[in-house]
Write a protein that binds this ligand. Structure first.
Ligand code: ARG
Length: 259
């Protein structure tokens, strides 16, 4: 995670960001701290931190740094120049923590675990709004894994982690209207227990969840999938993340899972 010291809405690169809808730094800090405490104190997760950098307001969204598997870090190639300056800082962090750092090359946009999520032996990877489909082929070759490409069609759900969240080995949360017909069919065929999230919860970024053991951490206001979760033995832990929603991000985006 990366503390939100320099977080703000300084540009508009997704359908949620509006320069006229500024975030409040005091509230953002408090919301981030609360999320950090839930993960560490309530759920016992170990959280590594990186240093915030002035002029990089979206560095808080570490999910986009790259793709992590074991000691391998496949670094992102950001679509927008506004975020490209983050890459040297992410790469330096991973290098200094003993990871092998690989780059996909600048010719093909790839936004890390915002757009590529492992499920069993497969990686589901999204394209269209941010990552480009060419990145999927290279990622598959590097990881030596099957990568299934999914097309995202709704600009509000521009990264895969805004509309899809694996839950253990058999289940996943998803928001059906975010995907094209083919992607929906592929998901149905590959995941035995697909849980469709309601329109209202999806727009509160219910799918942008952090799963720690049997707890699902999300933004507030996602109550209506609590039953579906408890039927599967999961607990819902909501926390207010409204300041980050103004930037098109929520719980999951603010973290990058290390193994
Ligand atoms: N403002 C950021 C952007 O548009 C939000 C990133 C959210 N990250 C994510 N993994 N969905 O790039």
């Amino acid at each position: 995670m990366c503390p939100p010291d320099y977080f703000g809405i300084e540009y508009e690169i997704n359908a949620w960001m509006r320069l006229s809808n500024q975030s409040d730094l005091v509230h953002a800090r408090a919301q981030w701290q609360k999320l950090y405490r839930i993960l560490t104190e309530e759920l016992g997760a170990k959280v590594e931190l990186m240093k915030p950098e002035k002029g990089l307001p979206d560095l808080v969204f570490t999910a986009n740094a790259g793709y992590v598997e074991g000691d391998l870090f496949v670094s992102s190639a950001f679509k927008y120049k506004e975020r490209q300056g983050e890459t040297p800082f992410f790469d330096a962090w991973f290098q200094s923590h003993g990871y092998r750092v690989l780059n996909l090359g600048p010719d093909c946009v790839f936004e890390g675990m915002g757009d590529a999520l492992p499920f069993r032996d497969t990686v589901f990877a999204a394209y269209r709004h941010r990552s480009e489909v060419c990145s999927h082929k290279t990622l598959g070759e590097i990881l030596n894994r099957r990568v299934i490409s999914l097309e995202l069609v709704n600009p509000k759900f521009y990264h895969l982690d805004t509309c899809f969240c694996p839950l253990g080995n058999d289940s996943a949360l998803f928001f059906p209207p975010a995907f094209d017909d083919y992607a929906r069919r592929v998901l149905k065929e590959s995941i035995p227990d697909l849980i469709a999230v309601s329109d209202s919860s999806a727009h509160r970024f219910a799918c942008n969840a952090i799963v720690v053991d049997k707890t699902v951490v999300t933004n507030s206001g996602c109550n209506d999938f609590e039953t579906a979760l408890s039927e599967r033995g999961y607990k819902l832990r909501m926390t207010e993340l409204g300041e980050f929603m103004k930037s098109g991000g929520s719980a999951r985006c603010l973290t990058l899972r290390l193994e």
